[in-house]
Design a protein around this ligand. Structure first.
Ligand SMILES: [Zn+2]
Length: 434
């Protein structure tokens, strides 16, 4: 009878159901809690890729613009980056093709430094400046062509703005001091065009900075390191707020730049020399000095620099650098589209989330374990470290706002000392002589 009364009254029925649920919870939940105390406490598990939804993943170095030059001659009106290039009749056969919009989305990239690069061997002292401008131009046109996916950025705030809009912040870098043709005027105008880092050399020496191949030359050449005028280049970069990239430079230049720069510096795509001895990698004493000066090394994935061809080998470099600099000075600079081989497990730009998962788990593919990276560590690796460096470079720029631009010309003696004084394509070398 009473049940019939209850069933006929909906309010009463709801109240009874709630009462029963509360009673069950009161009994079951304490048992569950007691049970969980019975087991040893476990660290909270998370998958590393979650971090990429919390902070922007910023990659320091991608050579897509150079691929577009090689494959499309920079003619992009009929080129579709928003397609699977692995199935494109031409791009599918290009061994340096690792990037397209679908794979960038899969890779959860938040920001990319796109590199305006031209070879130094055939352009230095010739048409390097014009050729670099073409690469800056094609990068800007690609960014404009995909406004729903890419957003031009030239500041740390710009990166965060794009990230909030769920677009890939697209920044421009120039790789190689040969691109400024020993002229501060060109450096300043590159900044106005949006260039936010300059790699001081590629694989050729400039008159004012040695490139890393000198470290391997036999017999050892007489080194110029960073010249007196080279110091003016880095001070002008400090004044402008352009990040100084010391990937590709010689050991001596790394040391000189760290000694003289007023702002933290970056390696946009370099790995650890102690893990694999290659002149493109960074020695431990330089890593220590880099950390002391609050800079960042963004780790390169290229198997020939890493010294192995799997994702495990890349992780060994990350772990080594973490052991030397701590977690505040590491980032990622995959060098995609700039290399013909990529590691197994990091084949293209779609694979970053797998790397983050493995770092959080602390297990290599071989089963070997290492100290897992915490959520906070991975946030720093992904992007917070680069953002900190970028902001510091901007702050130093703002503090130097009263400083006049450097106006001096590179002295003729520096061309002589670098053995490049006789340059038929350069005019008015006399100007440098007084
Ligand atoms: Zn490079």
């Amino acid at each position: 009878m009473i049940f019939q009364t209850i069933l006929s009254n909906k309010k009463l029925l709801t109240a009874c159901v709630i009462a029963v649920v509360i009673t069950i919870c009161a009994i079951v939940v304490p048992i569950a809690v007691v049970n969980s105390y019975d087991e040893a406490p476990k660290p909270s598990k998370f998958s590393g890729r979650e971090v990429l939804d919390e902070v922007p993943l910023i990659d320091g170095h991608n050579d897509l613009p150079f691929s577009i030059y090689l494959v499309e001659k920079n003619l992009i009106n009929h080129f579709n980056l928003d397609s699977n290039l692995k199935q494109h009749p031409v791009w599918a056969n290009v061994n340096t093709s690792h990037t397209d919009l679908p794979r960038l989305r899969q890779g959860k990239l938040g920001a990319q430094f796109w590199v305006a690069y031209i070879r130094c061997a055939d352009t230095q002292y010739k048409d390097a400046v014009a050729r670099t401008l073409e690469q800056i131009d094609v990068t800007k046109r690609i960014i404009r062509k995909y406004p729903n996916d890419l957003k031009y950025a030239d500041s740390a705030d710009g990166i965060m703005e794009a990230y909030r809009e769920k677009k890939l912040a697209s920044l421009i870098a120039v790789e190689g001091g040969h691109s400024i043709d020993s002229r501060l005027a060109v450096l300043r105008l590159f900044y106005e065009l949006g260039v936010r880092y300059l790699t001081l050399t590629h694989s050729c020496n400039t008159p004012w900075a040695d490139a890393s191949p000198v470290d391997d030359q036999v017999p050892a050449p007489s080194l110029n390191n960073l010249s007196a005028w080279g110091r003016h280049v880095i001070w002008e970069m400090n004044r402008l707020g352009m990040m100084i990239d010391i990937s590709h430079v010689s050991y001596g230049v790394m040391r000189d730049v760290l000694a003289h720069s007023r702002a933290p510096v970056i390696f946009s795509h370099s790995s650890a020399h102690a893990v694999f001895e290659h002149h493109r990698n960074v020695q431990d004493d330089v890593l220590r000095e880099l950390a002391r000066k609050r800079g960042i090394v963004m780790v390169n994935f290229y198997p020939l620099f890493v010294g192995g061809n799997t994702i495990d080998d890349v992780i060994k470099h990350l772990n080594h650098i973490r052991s030397i600099t701590g977690v505040d000075h590491i980032g990622l600079g995959g060098d995609y589209n700039g290399v013909a081989v990529t590691p197994e497990g990091l084949e293209d730009v779609s694979k970053y989330p797998d790397l983050f998962d493995m770092l959080a788990d602390g297990v290599l593919r071989t089963g070997e374990t290492f100290e897992p990276w915490t959520r906070e560590d991975l946030q720093k690796l992904a992007g917070l470290n680069l953002l900190r460096v970028f902001r510091e470079v901007e702050r130093i720029r703002d503090s130097l706002v009263e400083e006049d631009p450097f106006e001096d010309l590179i002295p003729y003696e520096e061309f002589v000392r670098a053995n490049v004084a006789d340059q038929p394509c350069l005019t008015d070398m006399e100007m440098h002589k007084s």
